[in-house]
Design a protein around this ligand. Structure first.
Ligand code: SF4
Length: 350
């Protein structure tokens, strides 16, 4: 893994942020693509946020991508483009919390800050028999108070890497390899036969359901469609999407609601039926999104004067960052030509 071979704080930062939200096997290709396009802090500073979001497409947690861009800009405005090299200054950057600051300080600069990732937390929660969730404040304090003096005695980057690997390979989530473990005599969980009960976890919160009705409007004459950029404090902030109505409940969207939206685009819903209706679901961390995506033929007219919507060529859609379900739709749209869309029957499911 490149981020284990490097002392470059920029690459360590990007890899840590990507790996906070995805497994190494999945995160690898995203990391490579990202670093190829933005090989250093200067390239990230010089680009637009929308391009960073495009490269983040599919990873989720888009606020992290926005914070990466904000932090890159701040490094230029405050530190003249030089990557900060102390824990405190790292911590002052947008999106960099104690975990990431410790990882950069430890791996790039060999400063003695313990990295508390999920693997370390699990291992130490068992070793110390921590009675609260190890990544919640009280559990975290017990573990960092234990690690802080220990890391002073060692080479910090090697120490951090070693306990992360130990947690990943030996003190594993489901069945820790206690028979291979050199710490059994000091491990409280092992001594108290609590290895299968630790670490303590918080009860899972039930996900809220949301019902998103998207309208893809296709103008065959100009091979164009309509998109808008998401705003407000909600999921997928600053990403793009097709015209949307969110409904409070499951089931078909009330006709009067869809009529209001379609009339903005000069579509008479009694005369024009959708060419396609596609149903998908996407699980986010705290929400389950139910998609109902309909494709309509459209004459290119927008009656709305708010400037909310922009018309784009279908062939240009992939240059915008979309939530992953819509990004998949974009790929399908690009692969279809106008006549294919017309041939599709109503309520055909892709
Ligand atoms: S003895 Fe088992 S539970 Fe304790 S640290 Fe070792 S592997 Fe983990």
């Amino acid at each position: 893994m490149p981020w284990l071979e490097t002392k470059d704080p920029y690459k360590i930062w990007i890899s840590e942020i990507i790996l906070q939200q995805t497994r190494v096997a999945q995160g690898w290709s995203y990391y490579e693509r990202f670093i190829e396009r933005f090989p250093d802090i200067t390239s990230l500073h010089k680009t637009q946020e929308s391009e960073v979001l495009k490269y983040w497409e599919g990873l989720g947690y888009y606020s992290r991508a926005r914070n990466i861009k904000k932090a890159a800009d701040q490094i230029f405005t405050t530190y003249h483009g030089k990557f900060p090299d102390t824990y405190e200054t790292l911590l002052s950057l947008p999106g960099i919390g104690p975990y990431t600051a410790s990882a950069i300080a430890g791996f790039a600069y060999d400063l003695p800050y313990p990295v508390l990732d999920g693997n370390v937390a699990r291992f130490l929660a068992r070793f110390l028999a921590v009675e609260s969730p190890p990544l919640e404040p009280s559990g975290k304090k017990i573990i960092t108070d234990f690690l802080a003096p220990a890391i002073q005695e060692t080479k910090p980057s090697a120490f951090n890497q070693a306990i992360m690997n130990f947690g990943a390979l030996i003190c594993k989530p489901a069945k820790p390899n206690c028979h291979e473990c050199p710490f059994t005599s000091g491990c409280k969980a092992y001594q108290l036969r609590l290895t299968d009960q630790l670490p303590v976890t918080l009860p899972k919160k039930e996900k809220s359901n949301r019902y998103f009705h998207y309208f893809i409007l296709y103008n065959p004459k100009t091979d164009s469609t309509v998109i808008q950029q998401r705003s407000g404090k909600d999921i997928w902030q600053h990403l793009y999407e097709f015209p949307l109505i969110e409904n409070e409940s499951e089931g078909p969207l009330p006709k009067q609601k869809s009529d209001v939206l379609l009339s903005v685009f000069d579509i008479d819903s009694d005369a024009e039926q959708p060419l396609l209706a596609i149903h998908k679901t996407q699980n986010l961390t705290h929400q389950k999104i139910h998609f109902n995506i309909q494709i309509f033929l459209w004459n290119g007219l927008i009656k709305d004067k708010t400037g909310l919507y922009q018309t784009v060529k279908v062939s240009n859609l992939s240059s915008f960052g979309f939530p992953v379900t819509l990004a998949n739709m974009v790929t399908q749209l690009e692969n279809m030509n106008g006549s294919t869309i017309k041939e599709k029957q109503q309520n055909d499911v892709m």
